[in-house]
Design a protein around this ligand. Sequence first.
Ligand SMILES: Cc1cc2nc3c(=O)[nH]c(=O)nc-3n(C[C@H](O)[C@H](O)[C@H](O)COP(=O)(O)OP(=O)(O)OC[C@H]3O[C@@H](n4cnc5c(N)ncnc54)[C@H](O)[C@@H]3O)c2cc1C
Length: 431
Amino acid sequence: MKPLHSWNRLPRITPDTVQALSAPSLPDQATLPFCIYGNGRSYGDVCLSDQGTLLHTRTLDRFIHFDRHQGILRCQSGVTLEEILQLIVPHGWFLPSTPGTRYATVGGCLANDVHGKNHHEAGSFGHHVTAFELIKSDGEALVCSPDDNHEYFYATIGGLGLTGLISWVEIQLMSIQNSWMWVEAQRFGNLDEFWYLNEKAEQNWPYTVAWIDCLARNNARGRGILLTGQHAASQPQLPRYRELPLTVPVTPPFSLINNLSLRSFNNVYYRQPLKAQGSLCHYSPYFYPLDAIQNWNRIYGHKGFYQYQCVLPPAVAPEATSELLKAIAASGQGSFLAVLKTFGQKPSRGLLSFPRPGATLALDFPNRGERTLKLFETLDAIVMAAEGALYPAKDARMPAELFRAGYPDWEKFCNFVDPAFSSHFWRRMTA
Ligand SMILES: Cc1cc2nc3c(=O)[nH]c(=O)nc-3n(C[C@H](O)[C@H](O)[C@H](O)COP(=O)(O)OP(=O)(O)OC[C@H]3O[C@@H](n4cnc5c(N)ncnc54)[C@H](O)[C@@H]3O)c2cc1C
């Protein structure tokens, strides 16, 4: 069997068996433990296992019910966000929380309690889930909601696929008037300017996120572009939108992201002309810019890449973010995919949910072996001292002690882990 990987192409590991689920139930005869693989859009090993049976859920791709008046959708867990959007947008509904890829499945979004650019207003994915069904290895099928089986409800949101198989999910959608966004972009010269602009932007815009030049130093540290957006109001004439399919056809033998290409890209991107008065943008390039390039993860070459995403508590976020960026710039590593966003105050529902009040910084790093891992040790020390946390969905190497410190409810969560379920990530954290 060929080794499997997730989106960042590392680690590459081979389970004993792989099985695509043909029905929403667990196989009777299988090598344990089970590990669930949605669409592999995580970066790391939450959806991978070198033991037992890997269960593919993309085959659970049926819509069960769509109430187009109330905006309530129930579908099987392997349905992707893209498939949902195709169904709901023409009826004036949208996903109330969405990550930066539409190729994630609903089950994967629930199990990682994913967040989007509107976290400061809307919270994370789990806040909009009204119910789901959880199938445990003892054959029990629990319908979970805030009222029924509520302990499993809160353990399964952000529960990394360890509490059982999520067979279907019901979501309360949000209403929109058309498929367009109204967006504005503002340049900021350093981190201090970011905090100031971002605070104002969060009061006025439902969607905010900043791109950061991770190599800028000294007074320009943390310079970047703040992107704000809202769903466009109804208007008589809207442009036509057509997506051009682009693809990275092969995996180059080495990463195309090096210090030189990154520095030049960042300079050009930072200085791009911005439309001061704002503009219309279709929801697709606004929410899912990377999805427009099929297989973009190949640009990092055969060795793959890491994503490092942390959250830092509000009181220390400015200082700790600055320290992180200083260490990254000094190392000369990083990529053009560097994003800074603040989370809102809404407490996450899941026992292991990543979103919490504070700032979240996410960066991709080409895998340069020891050099990259050494940098992560420095970054970990800053996150640990700040009492922050790393995002399991984006992790292939965090030390168990950092996970345990960042997720103080992890022992309580263990009471809800199905004994027949595990993952490579979970064994690393609990060994
Ligand atoms: C370009 C890009 C941008 C992204 N942007 C964001 C972002 O803005 N915010 C964010 O939060 N994340 C983001 N992500 C991460 C991604 O949204 C999450 O990792 C998501 O969970 C992936 O879903 P998946 O269906 O591919 O699940 P997988 O990656 O296959 O699995 C994720 C987890 O869900 C579990 N799981 C999946 N299906 C089930 C099921 N039916 N029952 C039980 N457990 C299940 C798996 O076991 C695993 O633990 C991004 C990823 C990419 C590639």
